[in-house]
Design a protein. Structure first.
Length: 402
């Protein structure tokens, strides 16, 4: 088996934010990469998934069996790294322990394969009371462990409405190597750290996964835990991060941009981004913008899913775990008031009423689960129509210039 990259230098990449929000469904080549080790090039024809633990019979299933012997299901769900937007926590609040992510460690894709509950039901369970389902990839060493592992509750796995899927396909085609070929677990509403890629083992067990990335990472520690030594003494007390909070980000313009407006724009500043619901409590129903540090908020337009789509009876089920792509055209009178000191904020509200709030923004050592207001600042607005008038109809280019 070929290993691409190394344990010491995994592939971690996020796309340009403007590219990220061009489509409701994120293109496979655009979707971010997050890894703790090299990419294993696996032969999908021979790869097997072992299912063991508290089951009636240990089984080994081929990818062909998963594709052909079980009903195939599809779900649209946002995949979000637990450390998405870590850069803002690091720069606006306090230094954190973790690789730097801006706002692009998220994607919204279509995932398909058999429901995990269908597979486990056919195998049969030997479980009394609460249990967990652990997902593992033993294809390669990781930076902090000999394999990658995660787990969620058995109850969630066995609820068909939660759409936990053994994903074979992404956006209508087989998974790419970067995104877990030939098999990954997809758990809508749950942090990406639990969506184990290159899946080769599922274990039904009485306890959580003992893997490093479940027990000593991806947890929100109290603010007073601010060193590795303190964290070492506290990891066992904190629960693993599962559901991500409601969130939003401004994807363009970017902080520090110089923006040229002409008569065709009517002096309006176009702002756009994405918004995410909390856990299972979507879809996002509202995104607002503030240019006065939260004194007043103006509602934006949600482009995708469209208002027509969101009004359908099936909307909650279909878009529960998706992001929303939104746009706001700041009126000319407000755009004229923007200067280098202006901060533009965004905030999202989901169907359950979860909303981004300033009082909820708390620092944590690993910088995970950050959901402060989306923010851009240090913009320079240049009215080219006014410049042309003053300079004898001198023509300047339109659009954004970084």
């Amino acid at each position: 088996m070929l290993l691409e990259y190394s344990v010491e230098k995994p592939l971690n990449r996020e796309p340009p934010l403007r590219d990220l929000v061009q489509n409701f469904i994120t293109g496979t080549s655009t979707a971010y990469d997050r890894n703790h080790g090299p990419l294993p090039h696996i032969n999908g024809d021979t790869h097997m998934l072992r299912i063991d633990g508290l089951v009636k019979n240990t089984v080994n299933l081929s990818m062909a069996q998963l594709r052909n012997d079980f009903p195939q299901h599809e779900v649209i769900a946002a995949l979000q790294c637990a450390g998405n937007r870590r850069h803002t926590m690091r720069t606006e609040l306090k230094e954190v322990d973790g690789i730097d992510w801006n706002d692009g460690a998220v994607c919204n894709c279509t995932w398909s394969g058999p429901l995990l509950c269908d597979v486990l039901s056919r195998i049969g369970l030997n479980v009394e009371g609460d249990a967990h389902v652990a997902f593992s990839c033993h294809m390669t060493d990781c930076q902090e462990d000999r394999y990658y592992g995660s787990s969620i509750s058995l109850a969630r796995c066995m609820d068909p409405k939660m759409k936990a899927i053994l994903a074979l396909d992404m956006n209508g085609a087989p998974l790419t190597i970067n995104h877990g070929f030939p098999l990954r677990i997809v758990i809508p509403g749950i942090a990406g750290a639990r969506w184990t890629k290159w899946l080769d083992r599922i274990t039904v067990q009485n306890e959580e996964s003992s893997n490093f990335y479940m027990q000593r990472d991806y947890k929100i520690l109290p603010p007073e835990i601010d060193t590795r030594k303190k964290a070492d003494d506290y990891w066992h007390k904190a629960k693993p991060l599962q559901m991500m909070p409601v969130n939003s980000a401004i994807c363009y313009p970017a902080t520090g941009d110089t923006i040229f407006l002409d008569k065709l724009t009517h002096g309006e500043l176009e702002i756009a981004g994405y918004a995410l619901p909390q856990g299972d409590e979507g879809p996002v129903i509202k995104v607002e913008i503030s240019t006065d540090q939260g004194k007043t908020w103006d509602e934006s337009r949600i482009l995708y899913p469209s208002p027509e789509e969101l009004s359908k009876p099936s909307a909650t089920e279909k878009y529960k775990w998706t992001w929303a792509i939104w746009q706001h055209k700041l009126p000319a009178e407000k755009t004229k008031k923007i200067d280098k000191s202006t901060k533009i904020w965004s905030r999202a509200t989901d169907k359950a009423g979860n909303i981004q709030r300033a009082e909820d923004i708390k620092w944590n050592f690993r910088g995970v689960g950050y959901n402060g207001f989306g923010e851009i600042k240090n913009l320079a607005i240049i009215d080219t129509h006014e410049l042309s008038r003053k300079a004898g109809n001198m023509k300047l280019g339109n659009g954004y210039k970084a």
